[in-house]
Each structure stands twice: as structure tokens, then as C-alpha cells.
Design a protein around this ligand. Sequence first.
Ligand SMILES: Nc1ncnc2c1ncn2[C@@H]1O[C@H](COP(=O)(O)OP(=O)(O)OP(=O)(O)O)[C@@H](O)[C@H]1O
Ligand SMILES: [Mg+2]
Length: 519
Amino acid sequence: MVASGALPYEFSVITGRPLPVGDYVVAPSADGRDVLGMVDRTEIRSIIMEKSTNSVGALAAGRLASANPRDKSYVSHVRVMGLLEELRSNRVMMPSLPPMPGSPVRRASESDLSAAFGGPGEEWVPVGALLRSPSVRVHVNLNRAAQRHLAILASTGAGKSNLLALIAKHVASMRGTMVIFDYHGEYLDLDLGGRGRAVRPRVNPRLLDPDELADLLEIREAADKQRHVLSEALERAKDSKDFWEGLRAGLRAIAEGDSREYREPARRVLDILASALRRLGPVLDPESPGPLKLIAEGYVNVVNLSDLSPRQADVVISQFMDEVLIDRKRSRAGQGGGGASPGPIVLALEEAHAFIPGGDGDWRTRDSAARIAREGRKFGVSLVIVSQRPQRLDQDVLSQVGSLAIGRLLNQRDRSFVQESSEFVTEEISDYLPDLNPGEMVLVGQWVKLPALVRVDRVPEKLSGRDVDFVREWRSRAGPSEDTDELIRRDRGPRSGGSVTLSRSVNLNSEGSPPPDPQ
Ligand SMILES: Nc1ncnc2c1ncn2[C@@H]1O[C@H](COP(=O)(O)OP(=O)(O)OP(=O)(O)O)[C@@H](O)[C@H]1O
Ligand SMILES: [Mg+2]
């Protein structure tokens, strides 16, 4: 029953057995309307043991206490989540009166919880089940998540990419448009029902400014002279029929020109260019029509960035983001050029802390993402940021995010940063985070009616990203097990000190030292 001292937004209950933290309960408010609440603390007290101050006394008191059924009291603290009737109609409203002390409390039924965590309407999609009541499915409002951007934050291995994969499947099933910037090549195997496309990133060097091209070629930031000669040569090459030949010709002219200061940097840039073109190959394509043409409307477009360095990926991602925002702005302003105007789009960025970091560093993606976080809502451009190091994220961008999924976060500074950056993350929610297991997440913000502690559905075919079972893999690869000493003895034969092959790839001589260099 409800204990004395109840308030409209929190109250305590006295029960006959302990209530697990995270359980949901229903109690009538003083005007008779049912209130849904969640247990956030449970205390068990023993009257007999209360006065024991030493171990001998506590031992005796403990024996007495366990024989006396009236000794224990169970008191739980309940945080009010809202009026049940309003939740059934998809609204969240707090009661204006607390429950009467002494009034009965019951555990919330499946139908109560389905009202709170389900969602009528096509914009609600299921993402998992309530952690404490696994028969209750939890739905999120995809519209609201997209309208106000989403962040998925958790330590490594806690299930971020699994949730993003699940969201991508929902987007694909609605024929929505999404771009996933996939830094680890993790999403290429995802079954998106024929609505997934692998996109090879391609950048047209003619459309780049000199610093962007220098970053893609991996010319050091401090190499001012190299950057200068590249800039000069790029200006002349932009309109050449053969872009690369034009660029090389420009660099050669500087290398052989009158200005001694720039001859050596120009030669160096020629070498850098040759090796970058060997490595980057088709990523730099002077005939590429620009990133917009690579994105298919109505598909989940997975841009594979796994071959690029962070600086190179930064140029590619920011180009995509900028072009998408400009395009959607134009189309909303009625300058779409007569074709079918592009629909809303979700841009999801893995490893977001690497590209949208806080601090002073010069990252193009941070500027592009900040623009989308601020303005994207009006133009149908939505951001999903995924990160295992939230404290390294840019706080301005994170604070613009309206919905969050937060999994296990062990680092205190990560938790505090998230709490400071988001109005939706309270201290109680933050306290849950270290104890979560992989796949368990707290969903907060505008995409849920109530904060929900959820076991996210597992995407079965998402194989990459799965933890490697080292022992099982080693065991399944091992050939017939042979005693190493016996092998050495057998192979050594009469030639003591000879080289012995233990496996196909590792050689040791009989003293156990490394093999001599080949040559
Ligand atoms: N909802 C879930 N239920 C069960 N297992 C899950 C769930 N989500 C993820 N896992 C498992 O946890 C492991 C890590 O998942 P995932 O790759 O999604 O984590 P991550 O947070 O993206 O990790 P990283 O930071 O390394 O990218 C995988 O083995 C995956 O199968
Ligand atoms: Mg991941």
C-alpha cells in the first residue's frame, strides 16, 4: 500500500515482499485516476537487527529475525510516470494529486504497460521488449526520432550498431532514404529486403577546395609549401580535360620553374600524388557527378569508408552531408529543377566522436553535422550519431539531439557528459548505465512516451561487429594435436641444431630463437 508522505510525482509503498527495481506499479491518485509508476529503489529493513552494532549481537539478532515473519519491512520508492488513461491515448500527463496513503498498489499488467510502451499508428516501430517485463513490446516513434535527430551512445560492444541496423531495417521497409557512413564495413551483409545498396565513396577532385584535396592526398597540415603548390596547380587543372594530367603538368611547371623555394615541394607533391592515386584508386574520380547522384532515393545507402583514413573520410562525409542539405533546401524552396523532389533523408554516422569532436581541431564533418543539427529539421534531413566515447563529442551537436538510446557506459566522465548535454538524461537514468548488458538500452527523449529500459531485438544476420570467440576459433582450426617436444626431437634427428617447422607459418630453430632473415 501507499506509504505516508506521497507526492504527485513520487511516493513510497510498503509491500509484503520486495519489489524489484525497474518494476512498474499502478496506484489510484486521490481523485481516483490510475497512476503508472516505476520502482527506482527498494529497501529491506529488519526491526530486530536495527540495534545490533557488533557481529556477535548481529548473529543472534539475525537468527531471531529470520524466525520472526513480522520482523522485515519492504519499502520501495516509486517515480510517477503519468496517468494511465492518458498514456493509453498516446499522451503523457502527470497527476495533479498524489495517491492517498493507505490506498492499494498493484503491479502493472501487460495491458497497462502495452498502453505505455506500445504505439498505435504507422510511425511507431518495435525495437525490443521491456527489460523487466519481457512480454511487453517497446515501440519508438520513428518520425519524432528523425525530426529531432537521434544519438546512440554506449561503450564498445554494447549493441549500438545492432540498434542502428534494426532502425535501418525499419527505414528500408518503409522505402525511406537513409545513408549509413560505415567506417568498419559492418553493414554490407545486412538483409534490407532488397532496399539496401552498397555505395563506393567517390569524390570529384574538381569540386574540392585545395585543403580538401590536400587532406585526401594526406599532405601534412604543417606542410605549407606543399599545400601552396597543390593549390596553384589545382586552380589550373580544374578545367583541364584530363584532370590528373593537368594537375601533374601544373606541378611539373612549378618543379622546373623559377621559384627555387617551391621546386622541391612541387616534386614532393608529385610523388605524394602518385602514391595516393595508387592507394585511393577509384575514390578520386574526376568524372564523378558528385555525392548526390550516388544516393538512391527509397534505399538504405551504405557508404563503405573502411579503406579511408579519418582525414579522408572526413572530406567524403562532409561532402555528402553538405550536398544533401543544400539539395533539400533548394527543393523545399521550389528550385528542384523540375524532377521529382527528393524525400526526407536520414544520415547515420558511426564513430561520430572521430568526426564530430569537441574542442578546436579542424573537422569538416563537425561543421556539416552542426548545420544539419540546427537546420535539418526544416528541410527533412536527419542525423543519427553513434559513438562509444560520448565525452569526446561536440556538446553543441549532442545537445540538439532530441532522442537518445544509451547503453552500458562504464566511464563516469562519459555519463556526466551525456547528462550535462541532454535534458532527457536524469541522474537516475545515468546511474543505470554501468550495469547494463550488451543489447540493453535506456530509450529517452521524444521518440518514446516514457523513458524505457529495453532489451533491444537482435538483428540475427548482422554478423560483423560480433565479438570474436578466440578460443573456439583457435580450437576449430587446430590440426591433429602433437606434442611440441616430440616434434622437435623427431625432426632434429641426427642433425642437432637444425631448423624445425612447427607450423606452416612460424619457424623456430631448436634453441627457440627466431629464424634468420630470409635472403
Ligand atoms: N540486442 C542484442 N541482443 C543480443 N546481443 C546483442 C544485441 N545487440 C548486440 N548484441 C551483441 O553484442 C555484440 C556487439 O554488438 P554491436 O556490434 O552492435 O556493438 P557496438 O556497440 O556497435 O560495438 P562497437 O563499439 O565495437 O562498434 C555482438 O556480438 C552482438 O551480436
Ligand atoms: Mg558498432
